[in-house]
Design a protein around this ligand. Structure first.
Ligand SMILES: NC(=O)c1ccc[n+]([C@@H]2O[C@H](COP(=O)([O-])OP(=O)(O)OC[C@H]3O[C@@H](n4cnc5c(N)ncnc54)[C@H](O)[C@@H]3O)[C@@H](O)[C@H]2O)c1
Length: 324
């Protein structure tokens, strides 16, 4: 019997990595792609035995048509684009790949902290344009990073890696995570803080929590007002964890020194997105997780998860286990 595996969007055909995993599995798998429209998602997912999801929104109304689907396999860590409750109600496990990009995202975060602090982007542009020397310095005078405070919101896999790398830079590291155990903070060698205290004291506030009903809008105008005018916000998690409008205002009014963002509310951002015009924001286009090794690991594991589900074997990274 031929099994239908539908890739909702990412990665584009031919999906050679996934196809190889499927070939090795001994299963007879037919792989197809949606064309990016919701109508096509609705058409194809109804007859899918497995769905593989990049960035497409998989809401309850789609899930209710997925009557023969045995797994929703996400290409990534975050599963906020999938209605986990609806999938659970339908008995469909949702898997992620929790560990493929810990090194990449944590290094990207530290790279951006250094870029913000040392004004690398502005100084690079100045030097390329023929400018030279530090009198006058064509960017704000940096502060010494040694001893500055890195505040990590969300002390999970990535947050802990950022903590270790931050300590390596001689930053003082603290974290807010209501769900992490005291032992985790002790093992990391960092202090536990409440959100308000962290926002008031950190020189760098770095977001590493998932997007959930609780973290949506976690950093709004009130929270931004607690931050020091010399502080920076780094968001490698998900755009809606921050109220983007409030962040834009804080940046325009220089109530905080700057921000580095790998994620935005709407991706890709519309051409008139004001954030694109601000000179105190460094943007990367949702690429923090990328490396040769990470992408290979991600795609192989997402396909392995599909094979395990189709064979009825135990899955290792089910994110909606409690809801099934
Ligand atoms: N930019 C990218 O390309 C990229 C890549 C990977 C992951 N991410 C995002 O980063 C997030 C974190 O990844 P991870 O691998 O560290 O996940 P993880 O599940 O290992 O850790 C998440 C941590 O956040 C904590 N948390 C949950 N709710 C919180 C709250 N209200 N306040 C503070 N902390 C809270 C959890 O307790 C946990 O310790 C992912 O959910 C994903 O959205 C982005």
């Amino acid at each position: 019997v031929t099994l239908n595996v539908v890739i909702t969007d990412y990665p584009a055909p031919p999906a050679d990595v996934e196809a190889q995993v499927f070939a090795e599995s001994g299963l007879d798998i037919h792989l197809s792609w949606c064309d990016g429209t919701r109508e096509d998602l609705g058409r194809q997912l109804g007859s899918a035995d497995a769905a593989m999801v990049g960035y497409a929104t998989i809401d309850r109304s789609l899930i209710e048509t997925m009557n023969q689907c045995r797994i929703i396999s996400r290409f990534g860590v975050g599963t906020d684009m999938v209605d986990l409750q609806a999938a659970g109600d339908h008995g469909i496990p949702v898997t992620n790949v929790p560990d493929y990009c810990i090194d990449e995202v944590s290094t990207h975060t530290i790279g951006l902290i250094i870029a913000l602090s040392r004004h690398i982007v502005e100084l690079n542009a100045y030097a390329h344009a023929g400018g030279w020397g530090r009198d006058p310095l064509p960017a704000p005078m940096p502060f010494r990073t040694e001893g500055q405070i890195l505040g990590i919101i969300g002390l999970g896999r990535i947050g802990r890696a950022v903590a270790a790398k931050g300590l390596g830079l001689a930053l003082r590291v603290v974290s807010f995570d209501p769900y992490a155990r005291d032992e985790t903070f002790a093992e990391c060698g960092i202090g536990r803080m409440g959100l308000t205290e962290l926002l008031k004291s950190a020189d760098y506030v770095s977001l590493h929590c998932p997007l959930t009903a609780e973290t949506r809008g976690l950093i709004g105008s009130e929270e931004l007002r607690l931050m020091k005018p010399t502080a920076y916000l780094i968001n490698m998690a998900r755009g809606p964890v921050v109220v983007q409008e409030a962040l834009r205002e804080a940046l325009q009014e220089r109530r905080i020194a700057g921000a580095a963002l790998d994620v935005l509310d709407v991706e890709p951002p519309p051409a008139d997105e004001p954030m694109l015009q601000l000179d105190n924001v460094i943007l990367t286009p949702h690429t923090a997780a990328t490396s040769v090794e990470a992408i290979l690991q991600l795609r192989r594991q997402a396909a392995v998860n599909v094979v395990l589900a189709l064979k009825g074997q135990p899955l290792t990274s089910v994110v909606n286990r409690d809801l099934l």
